[in-house]
Design a protein around this ligand. Structure first.
Ligand SMILES: Cc1cc2nc3c(=O)[nH]c(=O)nc-3n(C[C@H](O)[C@H](O)[C@H](O)COP(=O)(O)O)c2cc1C
Length: 217
């Protein structure tokens, strides 16, 4: 009897895990009426084998380029590699152990960097890293309108990345980004499968948006 109940529970959990459409679960439940693309963007890990066309990839990069930047410097630089290429393997090998198991399925891996100096006068651009981060977010929002999911990764071996690609001190590495079309959570191993079907959460705005500086104490 106990065995029977346990079996039923196991089957139910299994059925839920493989059938829950992750993109439904991941849609943000918001307190205020934010844009649909903001609700729908999330950091997916299950990617299909479908490639991203050159046209679509450059649409994403152009979207990123329309992000605001300090002095319109546009300090971002992207290096991208399609699944199956040698460059993809090199990029993948720089990722942290917690990212490699799922990022190996990405259609494209992107390395995002910024130039550290203003082109016009070689002065330090203290906003460059901020700007590439903002551009990455615009890229991800554009992607979601095209059915492409992106996952930013700060988990990588920075020294290995610098040496593998001979990146000079003129650049700061921001993040890697995995891009691809969404597959079922069932293609993932744990703990990634569970993460793929866990609803997203955010702090309420009252926790971080204040009408007084006293909250900063
Ligand atoms: C700078 C940065 C670094 C991140 N690094 C990783 C990472 O190494 N591995 C990972 O799985 N997710 C990483 N993420 C994704 C976050 O975990 C994710 O954005 C956050 O949990 C919120 O989930 P959501 O994007 O699905 O809303 C990173 C995100 C950012 C912006």
């Amino acid at each position: 009897m106990i065995c029977c109940i346990a079996c039923t529970i196991f089957n139910l959990v299994y059925i839920m895990e493989v059938t829950v459409p992750s993109k439904e679960v991941k849609i943000a439940s918001t307190q205020y009426p934010v844009l649909d693309i903001i609700k729908k963007r999330w950091s997916a890990r299950a990617f299909t084998a479908q490639n991203i066309s050159k046209q679509d990839l450059h649409t994403l990069f152009e979207a990123a380029s329309w992000s605001p930047s300090s002095m319109n410097e546009q300090p971002w630089v992207y290096v991208y590699a399609h699944h199956g290429s040698e460059l993809f393997e090199q990029m993948w090998s720089c990722l942290a152990g917690g990212n490699q198991p799922w990022a190996k399925n990405a259609a494209v891996l992107v390395l995002s960097l910024c130039r550290n100096q203003f082109a016009a006068n070689q002065q330090a651009n203290f906003h460059a890293l901020y700007d590439v981060g903002a551009a990455n977010t615009v890229l991800l929002l554009q992607a979601i309108t095209m059915g492409i999911y992106g996952h930013i990764m700060g988990g990588f071996d920075r020294e290995k990345t610098k040496s593998t690609f001979a990146i000079s001190d003129n650049y700061t590495i921001a993040t890697f980004i995995a891009l691809g079309y969404l597959d079922e959570p069932s293609i993932l191993e744990e703990p990634f499968r569970t993460r793929e079907t866990t609803p997203r959460t955010r702090k309420p705005t009252a926790d971080f948006a204040f009408d007084t500086v006293e909250k900063l104490q």
